[in-house]
Design a protein around this ligand. Structure first.
Ligand SMILES: Cc1ncc(COP(=O)(O)O)c(C=O)c1O
Length: 379
């Protein structure tokens, strides 16, 4: 996505940093004294990692979480000095750069730990390491059979001063189902992993397990710090529950480029999937699948223009789609703003797109791309 240096952008993802700050404050209340690490991976869930990080830290977040070293370094280069954890790197990643920038490295295997230690020795600096333990997601994280070996190796590295052990963390498999019994299983395994580290003579400063859903619904999983992502961006993480007072931060919008009359019986857009049932007026919106408007939404979604919802008709193309204005009672004209989804009252939400597409709102807010200009407000 382009930065906000673009003037008069046709298609925008407008990010409300006041909403980010508000959501962080909501999460801090639910965290009940546990610190809040705000997850800004994936360029802040496509909201702009640096801007979101600054707004979140100003609103009381204590730390930041990302996936890769490159993401963490970008935050450091932007002048952010708060603790940053990154947790998904290959064994040949640039650990020396991470260590030199005081970035905390989440370690998921013995080979990762060895690579981090080699990098620390190479630059004669102590690496800050956090153990990522697999408690049942069976994705990233130290496997239970390798855990004792990692603890033994870590103990030696801590004694040598090559590594400082900061924290231990894990990730939940069923957080969006607050009553799921596997949450308790993972809690027990996590507590056992902390105890095993202590029994191996290792002292951690922090333990953290809860993502957004667990932060908001399972206070028993908060430990010392919570690690929310999606809720920071204002999207409620548990389907079917109220929105916890969160405010969506992203509004995806475009300027109407053309308004014109179409005669009854005329087909609209490729393949003439929609034939005008009467004389009508249509508006052309200059956003398509190259911008993150999924083609699978063709003929199934609505946009908000001038306070009214209007349906898309015909296929979504690479660069544009058409909406039917009927008699155009609100007098929509060229240059008006069409809201595709977002926090504007009356507009469809990211969750509406998610339901139409059979996906989750996480993927929807990650969709705006390419020519879309990201613009931050309220920071
Ligand atoms: C390790 C880890 N912690 C926290 C999060 C934040 O999760 P959520 O966005 O559901 O709050 C993620 C996101 O997937 C993650 O991978």
């Amino acid at each position: 996505m382009a930065g906000s240096e673009v003037v008069n952008a046709q298609v925008e993802a407008v990010i409300d940093l006041e909403a980010i700050a508000h959501n962080v404050r909501v999460l801090r209340e639910y965290a009940r004294g546990a610190a809040v690490m705000v997850v800004v991976k994936g360029d802040g869930y496509n909201h702009g990692a640096v801007e979101v990080a600054r707004a979140a830290l100003a609103a009381g977040a204590a730390e930041l979480g990302v996936t890769t070293i490159a993401e963490a370094l970008r935050l450091r280069r932007a002048g952010i000095t708060a603790p940053i954890l990154c947790w998904l790197n290959t064994a040949d990643a640039d650990y020396a750069a991470a260590i030199a920038a005081d970035i905390e490295i989440g370690v998921s295997s013995l080979s990762h730990l060895r690579a981090v230690a080699a990098a620390a020795r190479g630059i004669r600096r102590t690496a800050i390491v956090t153990l990522k333990v697999d408690t049942g997601l069976n994705r990233n994280g130290i496997a239970s059979d390798e855990y004792p070996t990692v603890l033994a190796a870590l103990h030696m590295l801590v004694d040598e001063g090559v590594v400082r052990l900061r924290a231990i963390f894990s990730h939940l498999a069923h957080a969006d189902e607050p009553d799921h019994p596997f949450l308790d299983v993972q809690r027990e395994r996590f507590v056992a992993a902390i105890a095993a580290a202590e029994a191996a003579g290792l002292r951690t400063e922090l333990a953290h397990l809860a993502n957004s859903a667990a932060t908001l619904t399972r206070p028993d999983l908060a430990f010392d710090m919570v690690r929310p992502g999606i809720a920071v961006y204002g999207l409620p993480p548990v389907p079917g529950l109220p929105d916890f007072g969160l405010r969506p931060a992203m509004t995806f919008q475009a300027k109407v480029t053309l308004v014109k009359w179409v005669a009854a019986g005329e087909g609209v857009s490729y393949g003439h999937q929609w034939i005008a049932p009467r004389d009508t007026t249509v508006a052309l919106v200059p956003a398509g699948y190259a911008d993150g408007v999924f083609r699978a939404l063709s003929g199934r979604f609505e946009v908000l223009i001038g306070g009214q919802r209007h349906p898309n008709v015909g296929r979504v193309c690479m660069d544009q789609f058409v909406v039917d204005l009927g008699d155009n009672p609100a007098d929509v004209t060229e240059g008006d703003t069409a809201v595709l989804f977002g926090g504007v009252p009356g507009a469809p939400g990211a969750q509406d797109w998610a339901e139409l597409l059979g996906t989750i709102h996480y993927e929807v807010v990650c969709a705006p791309k390419g020519r879309v200009t990201r613009r931050h407000t309220g920071g």
